[in-house]
Design a protein around this ligand. Structure first.
Ligand code: TYM
Length: 333
């Protein structure tokens, strides 16, 4: 399955809630399309998820649900490695080593840490602060060349590169320096109710986000209620965050460019546009929802996928970890 002539792709998603349209259009939709050109490795990052308090039964359920959704969104377990982060101990082991090559000052600048610590002021734990180092370990263990993610992860990719370059500089080439791989359309999907903010599964207002498993009638209702403006023109422009966001969603869902969408709806009003976006998203997500529901009925199959995935991931990760341990001077066991 691993082709030494192909570059490696690595990405991960947290099982910290149900997936949103933002997760899909910004990242997961692209995972399957990369499988033929690259060696792909996709991870359910449960260790990242516990930086925010999780209900144990919920975390177990969401881990399986995410695995099912990966497959429903087009990842073929015969082509890609699919696994759960906590099943491969090298992630925590390399994260510890990388901690000792990461500066407190550079981590203090991470905007996601600042956002999340203001949202969870009662639980600003060290794991939340250290989150980007664990993410660097995820990526560097597999010598990934490219990391498909939404634009909100750019700062984490940059720090991963900085850490890898620093380590390589001290000990000679050890890690491939990875690059972020951002979709042209859909790298940042915003909230439907507060369109200047990112669409997020942790939003308190459920009208702000679309979940991949939302029913068609809920999707249509949320799009009809989406916050726009009173100008009634379907164009991307300053001060038109709501319409700009809906144009992006429609474009990403249909494969059209934003310019084509503007041309298609020229002279039409929001009364025609909002339901059209809703319908495009309903059709986009229908097969994902149906396949996920089917897969979740077959827990044995899902278990077999993550067991095999962990074995393959472990073999690759262990090789990198051994190399790192040797270079830093740990005595071989
Ligand atoms: P997570 O679970 O928050 O999000 C998963 C993916 O979805 C993208 N995304 C979005 N894209 C566009 N618009 C949005 N509104 C939107 N919301 C989320 C994210 O950019 C991400 O690609 N730190 C990562 C998980 C992670 C990871 C890794 C990723 C851990 N280790 C190693 C890549 C490589 C995260 O929080 O994703």
């Amino acid at each position: 399955m691993r082709d030494p002539n192909k570059q490696t792709i690595f990405s991960g998603v947290q099982p910290s809630g149900h997936l949103t349209l933002g997760n899909y259009l910004g990242a997961i939709k692209h995972f399957g399309t990369l499988q033929d050109e690259y060696n792909c490795i996709y991870c359910v990052v449960d260790m990242h998820a516990i930086t925010i308090r999780q209900d144990p039964a919920g975390l177990r359920r969401q881990t399986l649900e995410l695995l099912a959704q990966y497959i429903a969104c087009g990842i073929d377990p015969k082509k890609s490695i699919l696994f759960v982060q906590s099943h491969v101990p090298a992630h925590a082991q390399l994260a510890w080593v990388l901690n000792c090559y990461t500066m407190f000052g550079e981590m203090s600048r991470m905007t996601q840490f600042k956002d999340k610590s203001s949202k969870h002021a009662d639980n600003i734990n060290v794991g939340l602060f250290d989150y980007p180092v664990l993410m660097a370990a995820d990526i560097l263990l597999y010598q990934a060349h490219k990391v498909p993610v939404g634009i909100d992860q750019q700062q984490h990719i940059e720090i991963t590169r900085d850490i890898a370059q620093r380590f390589n500089g001290i000990y000679s080439d050890t890690f491939v320096i990875p690059e972020g791989f951002y979709p042209k359309v859909g790298a940042k999907i915003n909230s439907l109710s507060e369109p200047s903010k990112k669409m997020s599964k942790s939003d308190e207002n459920p009208n702000g986000y679309i979940l991949l498993l939302d029913k068609p009638e809920d999707i249509m209702r949320k799009f009809k209620r989406a916050v726009t403006d009173s100008d009634n023109r379907i164009i991307r422009a300053e001060g038109k965050d709501g319409i700009t966001n809906l144009i992006t969603i429609y474009a990403a869902a249909t494969g059209k460019s934003p310019e084509e969408v503007e041309a298609e709806f020229a002279g039409k009003g929001y009364g025609a546009f909002k339901p059209a976006v809703g319908e495009a998203v309903v059709e986009l997500l229908r097969p994902v929802r149906e396949t996920t529901e089917d897969l979740l009925k077959n827990k044995d199959y899902l278990e077999q996928i993550y067991q095999e995935g962990a074995e393959q991931a472990n073999a690759i990760a262990r090789r990198t970890l051994d190399k790192v341990y040797r270079k830093i001077g740990f005595v071989k066991r």
